[in-house]
Design a binder for this molecule. Structure first.
Ligand SMILES: [Cu+2]
Ligand SMILES: [Zn+2]
Length: 180
């Protein structure tokens, strides 16, 4: 008789309460690592890594950089996964929508346009960015399209408006975005 009574009580409890009791209130999809880029300068010296994680409507970039000259530098996702110095091989900015360059350009922006990095004297920078619109799923905005993609650091800063590349100067580091 007692066992039956307990079963009846459980059956009328809200499902949410049961889920919480079971520790099942986890997010639908926690960010997971999907890609990594090892950045190198033109002579092959390591300049740190960018780890790419999933998010609901874009991707998370976790930067762990070193050996970067102090100061402000443009930072972009480029359209081709090929890093041969002086890194013109990486092509233009990742731009599946055919927009102009620049996060401050009314006719912008490229999906690969990212905010400038501010690197301290140590040359090291740990920073996390959320990049809206990028994906690893098949489709126009996938960082894993047919020719891949690359992460590039420039000598100068991005002015956020000049088409096609923000007047950012030479490419001083490049990292192929590799699936993990
Ligand atoms: Cu660039
Ligand atoms: Zn751009």
């Amino acid at each position: 008789m007692r066992a039956l009574w307990l079963a009846a009580v459980v059956s009328v409890m809200p499902l949410s309460v049961l889920a919480a009791d079971a520790g099942a209130a986890a997010p639908v999809a926690s960010p997971t690592v999907v890609a990594k880029a090892d950045l190198k300068d033109a002579k092959g010296k390591a300049m740190g890594t960018v780890t790419v994680k999933t998010a609901a409507k874009g991707l998370i970039f976790e930067l762990d950089l070193k050996n970067v000259p102090a100061g402000e530098h443009a930072f972009h996702l480029h359209e081709t996964g090929k890093c041969e110095a002086p890194f013109k091989t990486a092509g233009g900015h990742f731009n599946p929508s055919g927009s102009q360059h620049g996060i401050a350009n009314p006719q912008g922006q490229h999906a690969g346009d990212l905010p400038n990095l501010h690197v301290p004297k140590s040359g090291q920078l740990q920073q996390t960015l959320f990049v809206h619109g990028l994906t690893v799923e098949a489709g126009a905005n996938s960082i894993f399209d047919a020719d891949g993609s690359a992460i590039v650091i420039h000598a100068g800063k991005d002015d956020y408006v000049s088409d096609p590349a923000g007047n950012a100067g030479d490419r001083i580091a490049c990292g192929l975005v590799e699936k993990k």
